[in-house]
Ligand binder design. Structure first.
Ligand code: GCU
Length: 837
């Protein structure tokens, strides 16, 4: 027994894991005794201050060698013989202690030098945190069983590698799907900041050096005396890992603290911010800076006083300048528009607002630009603003939290999407102008630049709400360090670090992750039409209609004949003209616009032929069917890993992939039905609207249940569901089965509303065959934004495999409502092996 247990621990594959240590687990390596020759027997960390990153690195190395090899290694802080030691410190400290290096590595800020010769290891940082990055890189090699001899310098491509958290003072998180804030609760900073330190550890392990801790929709109460002291505690908690904190500001704060104005040019306002900034630096001497969302989505800003956005940004830049702080000024500024104006376009806003200000921002202002011109959609063209600011430093804003992209309930590995922008060549002045070289500062010779990733981690032990979505946080850091890297090889490092070295595990998770964004795009919004989720409510499930007829400007302009935004200069909104000429002419001409952005740039008939040869509408149908089919295979792939992953994480992922398989069908049916209904054009393959294996709930014999017209209509099969006649009535729906006798997978589509847990029992010939509760959102088994309606967010499908039925059997489902949830039911399907209906 003891032997078996030891063996399990040693393999490091099946030990329980709740996700908290994410990819920095230091799990035991199989056969590690073969490599003892390569393990240092001493750690020399050249700093004795316990809060210094070099000291931290010493501890990490000790924990790592213990965890990976089961070897206890002592940490010294003074000179020891270099042989069989890992020596870690800054280049300067190393030189003082060991003398000048033979070949000094060329290091920029935060860069490190790593050299391994068997058990003699040298990790030298340009600064303290850089040394820690080197330690994490070395440990990552060991944890992946990589004992090669290396000697190289690694430098980040840009100085700003930040995280943005959208945490509110009450502890909620805007667009967060992993629980409550680890920083705030009840209007103030939490007492126990252990999770903040653990978060800093994860961030440092991938080279992230800054974090904005509160929501861009900021609350000025963060600036009261108690909270400023609290911010000092957050900074202290994260500093040992070299992560500097910054905060988002509410532009109108001075007024909320009693001044009659928040005009950025008013001397009393300037003085107010100068004093606040000083008070903050007293508590947080290394504060990274401010993030500002001004004149955007109802947030106050300088335009109120007819001041420019640059004057607004410079107000903070001047206050921060003496301390070396930075202002990240968001370019997400737009006005509500009227769709009846053919030339109106929200996508134009950022360039319209910011291009005229190029050169007017102070040097410590960085304009933070979302990757696309709208808002984190499943596919957008690169924001043209990157091409239009030559005298301003810029950073790209990416979203790690999957707001419009499945909210961590769908597996969507994001780096391939990010790379469509990072690798895009904007051809400014007909010269190579790749976005990653613009944000690094290199292309326009700017001093600052980099990336901001909206992460929104929470108290959930998986941080983000799901284990598989941790790959996005990991990869964000790796790409912020070096955006030219390949998403698949980053992913594979993450898989090995998170799940061990089994090649079956590696291959299965690689395949599903790399297929996940294309699949999601296929079953959500195609050809550049955006995600087609509900933009007026939760941003989660399908609701194409919600895009149009409102001022938000995420329009599709779909009618019964045509679809797409005409963004050409000749006949549309002129957006394509915001790009430099080579790119502009590609998008201006429908013949050279890539299919995957056709509807972003052009307004066409549903029958318009794509380069692929399909028509637009048939592409919608085909893509949705193929995307949903791919999502079914993720589940099957995962099931091949049973026993190769610890049960805790296996079950967590299984639950989510099962859910995704069902919800991808909800997406598929909603979007294809919607456009089928609007265009009247049938699916050539006759799938849309034809469901031979389904029984609609409303067509069964009902007692205590009644039909219910679902809105939006396309989120119910045949537009109709059933609900119990009251919140206390138990409903029964029954029917006689006409399928050939055999074994089927029984799929049940129901709606899981927030505000109650209904119970369902299924009987075949009065024998109970299955039962389930609609508790996914109520007990936060799924973290997506819940809905209180029957709609595309709450629609859910559960499948019971291997149900035996004979022709003529009676099927009965009994629904017991709970709270506001009236045991809603859409349809059931009896699926023969291999059929997805
Ligand atoms: C999106 C998101 C908001 C967020 C905003 C922003 O619109 O839905 O929650 O505040 O982006 O980035 O500022």
């Amino acid at each position: 027994m003891i032997r078996a247990l030891l063996f399990q621990v040693f393999l490091g594959l099946v030990a329980a894991d709740n996700g908290l240590s994410a990819w920095v687990r230091y799990a035991p390596l199989a056969n590690s005794h073969h490599f003892h020759y390569a393990i240092p027997s001493k750690i020399v960390a050249l700093n004795t201050t316990e809060t210094s990153p070099v000291y931290t690195a010493g501890q990490e190395l000790q924990d790592g060698l213990q965890g990976i090899f089961g070897k206890q290694v002592t940490v010294e802080h003074a000179k020891c013989p270099a042989a069989s030691s890992v020596v870690i410190g800054t280049v300067d400290e190393y030189t003082k202690v060991y003398g000048k290096l033979q070949n000094s590595p060329e290091l920029v800020e935060d860069g490190f030098w790593l050299s391994t010769k068997g058990s003699e290891v040298q990790i030298l940082g340009q600064n303290e945190r850089a040394a820690l990055y080197g330690a994490f890189e070395y440990l990552s090699m060991l944890a992946q069983g990589n004992f090669s001899q290396v000697a190289y310098a690694s430098n980040p491509s840009a100085p700003i590698r930040w995280i943005n958290q959208w945490d509110n003072m009450d502890g909620s998180i805007e667009r967060g799907y992993g629980g409550q804030s680890i920083f705030f609760s009840n209007g103030t900073i939490v007492q126990n900041l252990t999770r903040a330190t653990e978060y800093a550890r994860l961030l440092a392990s991938v080279g992230i050096n800054g974090i904005i801790v509160n929501n861009v929709n900021a609350n000025s109460s963060l600036l009261n005396e108690t909270n400023i002291i609290g911010l000092g505690r957050i900074a202290d908690a994260m500093r040992p890992y070299g992560v500097r904190i910054g905060i988002s500001l509410d532009f109108a704060s001075p007024m909320e603290y009693g001044l009659p104005t928040f005009d950025p040019l008013d001397p009393s306002v300037i003085e107010w911010w100068t004093n606040k900034t000083e008070a903050l630096y007293q508590q947080v001497p290394d504060m990274a800076g401010y993030l500002v969302k001004a004149d955007s989505e109802g947030q106050p800003g300088p335009l109120t006083y007819n001041r420019t956005l640059a004057q607004g940004g410079n107000l903070f830049a001047k206050a921060l300048q003496p301390y070396g702080g930075i202002v990240m000024f968001r370019a997400f500024v737009y006005n509500q528009l009227n769709e009846s104006d053919w030339r109106a376009d929200r996508a134009n806003a950022a360039v319209d607002f910011f291009k005229p200000l190029d050169g007017e921002f102070d040097d410590n202002v960085v304009v933070q630009i979302k990757y696309g011109p709208i808002d984190f959609q499943v596919r957008e063209p690169t924001s043209p603003l990157f091409a239009n600011l030559h005298k301003t430093s810029t950073a790209i804003e990416l979203e790690i939290t999957q707001e419009y992209l499945g909210q961590q309930c769908h597996l969507v590995y994001l780096p391939p999407l990010w790379k469509t922008v990072l690798d895009f060549d904007l051809r400014v002045d007909n010269k190579s102008s790749i976005v990653r070289n613009i944000i690094s500062g290199q292309r326009f010779n700017r001093p600052l630049g980099g990336s901001a990733g909206v992460a929104n981690v929470g108290t959930n032990t998986t941080w983000l709400g799901s284990i598989l979505s941790q790959s996005n946080l990991y990869a964000y850091g790796r790409l912020a360090w070096q955006p030219a890297q390949d998403p698949e090889s980053i992913l594979q490092d993450w898989i090995r670090l998170t799940f061990g070295l089994d090649t079956n595990v590696l291959n299965a998770i690689t395949q599903m992750s790399m297929e996940s964004w294309p699949a999601y795009e296929n079953y959500s919004g195609n050809l550049g039409i955006q995600t087609l989720t509900d933009i007026l409510y939760t941003h989660y499930g399908p609701n194409p209609q919600s895009q149009d007829g409102n001022g938000w400007g995420q329009w599709t302009r779909a009618d019964h004949l045509t679809i797409g935004m005409d963004r050409t200069v000749t006949n549309g909104t002129g957006f394509s003209g915001q790009y430099p000429p080579e790119v502009a002419s590609m998008y201006e001409d429908i013949a050279t616009t890539p299919d995957n952005l056709l509807l972003w740039f052009h307004h066409v008939n549903y029958t318009h032929p794509l380069h692929s040869g399909e028509t637009v509408i048939q592409h919608f149908y085909n893509a949705h069917y193929s995307g949903a089919l791919t999502a079914q295979t993720f589940l099957q792939l995962w099931q091949t890993l049973k026993g190769k992953i610890d049960p805790e994480r296996y079950e967590e992922v299984l639950f989510r992939l099962t859910y995704q398989a069902g919800h991808s069908i909800v997406w598929r049916d909603a979007i294809t039905n919607f456009y089928n209904n609007l265009s009247g054009i049938p699916d050539e393959a006759q799938r849309v609207g034809h469901h031979p294996w389904r029984i609609e709930a409303e067509s069964m014999t009902l007692s205590g249940y009644m039909p219910y017209a679902v809105s939006p209509f396309e989120t119910a099969s045949n537009y109709t569901a059933i609900v119990t006649t009251s919140n206390t009535t138990v409903g029964t729906a029954s029917t006689v089965l006409a399928y050939p006798s055999g074994t089927y997978d029984l799929a049940v589509n129901f709606y899981d509303l927030y505000g109650g847990i209904s119970e369902y029992k299924i009987y075949i010939n009065d024998k109970q065959t299955a039962a389930f509760s609609a508790d996914y959102v109520d007990v936060a088994r799924l973290g997506h934004t819940p809905s209180i309606y029957l709609d595309g967010h709450s629609a859910t499908r559960i499948t019971f495999p291997g149900v035996k039925v004979a022709k003529g059997d009676t099927f009965k489902i009994v629904g017991t409502p709970g709270g506001i949830e009236p045991a809603p039911l859409d349809y059931v399907a009896f699926l023969p092996a291999g059929v997805v209906d």
